[in-house]
Write a protein that binds this ligand. Sequence first.
Ligand code: ZN
Length: 527
Amino acid sequence: MGLEMPDSASSEGSTPASDEDISLLDAPPDKQEEELETQAESSPQQPDDIPANGTSKADVKLEDLFDQDDDDEFPGLSSNIPSSSPPPTSPAVPVAQAEKFSDPQIMLQFYSRLFPFRQLFQWLNHGIKPSPDFANREFAFTLSNDAYLRYQSYPTADLLRKDILHLNPSRFEIGPIYTTNPRERKTLRKSSAFRPLSKEIVFDIDLTDYDDVRTCCDKANICPKCWKFATMSIKVIDIALREDFGFEHILWVYSGRRGVHAWISDKDARELDDEKRKALTGYFEVIKGGVQGGKRVNPKRPLHPHLTRSLEILKPYFRTAILEDQDPFLSQAGSDRLLELLPDKALNDALRKKWSSSPDRPSAKKWADIDAVAQTGVSKTLDTTKLREAKEEILLEYTYPRLDVEVGKKRIHLLKSPFVVHPGTGRVCVPITGDASQGAQVDEFDPFSVPKVTELLAEVDAWRDSADDGGFVEDGATMRKVQEFEKTSLKPYIETFERFVKGLLKSETRLKRERDEDGGGVDGMDF
Ligand code: ZN
């Protein structure tokens, strides 16, 4: 079935892509060399070799941990840019504490005892029996010395696990399914024969993109107040993906520090070409332009149903998360910005006068003043429709999702795997929700209660000390050994992931059966 973009999906400026246009290696320009996968790309001071236990590791780590965030899909990209500033000397997190999160011994224990390889395999393989969907999938590893290995691939979950235990990466990323096994790409006679076939559509939301509207934190810092921006984004995008595009299998994953990733895993989504990905991403590009000057939200009227629905979802958050928590119109600059976005000069003059006599007037009161003052008739020329529309657009400017649009546009992009550990915070990149019926999970999700890798390992040890049943639990009529993750606070997150994968596999089985019936049913059973 073809995927039709809803009407307002913009494909402006798009040009049809031919096979020749597909660049095998995306983004970091220095990665556009075939040989790059064995290069240590961490810093100019560390040329081609991959030190086993790099002596300059501490320096590199500091920069990695505190200067940049790896919430983007290209770890190490920014570390290729020689930094003119020295590593920070007073990081927000004590060095000793930060160091231990990416301690190789800790990572090794995490991978061997807790990482859900089986579930990850089933998700990426779209079935239980190993298939090319898994075997031709690219994995990319960031090693503990910051070397970056691309184009790794594995026929089975066991082989992936074995190699991860061997390489012990500080984190790893997932790329597309290629026409062939990525490890064998150089054996192909024509390099154009090696190209990405399919991949989940991914979205990346990063709270640094909200720095012009959040007053509580900036840069990589977040707090429960500004986390609400992530909550709002998930609410608005998830329902649109389901209702407007018909997708069902959408996994939302915490990026470990200040962002959220969406993995749209439906077969239709995975097979979307880059042009359609671009159009899909464009559907959510409502906030445009720079921070300086003019309206950033300028939708067509009447509003597209997606925006009408989004407004309804966002209104209560605007009241609490924006007007109360962020209080963006309290400051003079914020107040000026609000007036700049209102359409009527006489009304603005009256509001400015009112507010200048009470400089501490909070945002909620200022927002209420707009209608109250308008109703006094200060403006003879007031267009009430324009005023209402301006207020809707202000609401959207302060609440509507801000996507890192580049990430969603191409199949070839890599994105950090769910369940890896963020090296800066030690927190596991856990799923937030993978199920529309679990909307409450989104509101309840607290990034500060996401377990850290060190806590999880301590929980396993504590359980062992307290266990008196020999480590077995009832499972139906039989007893089975308790899995390590079940002894930890990672359990509910792995269960969320398992439910998500189960739902996806069910759809895949149904699609396969339909295909087989259409084609005469000669294909064997998968599982
Ligand atoms: Zn904050």
